[in-house]
Design a protein. Structure first.
Length: 173
């Protein structure tokens, strides 16, 4: 995976949702082990959803997947998880852009960069009382998830900031 702070394609509509990039490849091996938000909740609902899931199942490893745009909507709820001692893990796809619907606000996108995102989300998580882990290469992902599981077992909330690129094509599993 490569990280680009100002990825190509931000001037045109691209669909690059964490849901489309990860979910087609996720296999739920245990009944009721996957909670998908679909189009029924607000952007960034994953963190509060995982907090509730962890409260209901404190013995489970609760993993949230989201993009940097979604984090912008409710990322500060990482602080709630850390402060309340409800340890969850969030994998954040940090691709430097917010997905938009085709044709959505092209002038604002071009003139003001409204689809461009920037941030060190691992550092933000640290500032909110959680543990931040940065992943820049695909091979770093497994150890990061293993470390997150260990830290969650110790009562710590974790955010894994995965530096990736903005892609205009998604898998159509």
């Amino acid at each position: 995976m490569q990280y680009s702070p100002n990825p190509k394609g931000c001037q045109r509509a691209v669909l690059n949702y964490a849901r489309d990039s990860i979910v087609p490849f996720y296999t739920a091996t245990t009944p009721h082990s996957y909670i998908g938000w679909g189009k029924t909740t607000h952007l960034g609902f994953g963190i509060p959803l995982m907090i509730g899931t962890k409260l209901a199942h404190p013995d489970k490893f609760c993993l949230n997947m989201m993009g940097d745009g979604a984090f912008g909507m409710s990322g500060l709820d990482i602080e709630t998880s850390a402060r309340a001692g409800i340890p969850i893990t969030t994998v954040l796809l940090n691709n430097g852009g917010m997905a938009t619907y085709p044709g959505g606000f092209p002038v604002a996108r071009e003139r003001y960069g409204v689809s461009n995102m920037q941030g060190n989300y691992a550092q933000i998580a640290e500032g909110l009382g959680a543990v931040g882990i940065i992943v820049k290469k695909a091979g770093e992902m497994r150890p990061a998830l293993q470390e997150a599981q260990r830290l969650n077992a110790d009562g710590k909330t974790v955010l894994i900031d995965v530096h990736t690129s903005m892609e205009s094509k998604q898998s159509r599993f």
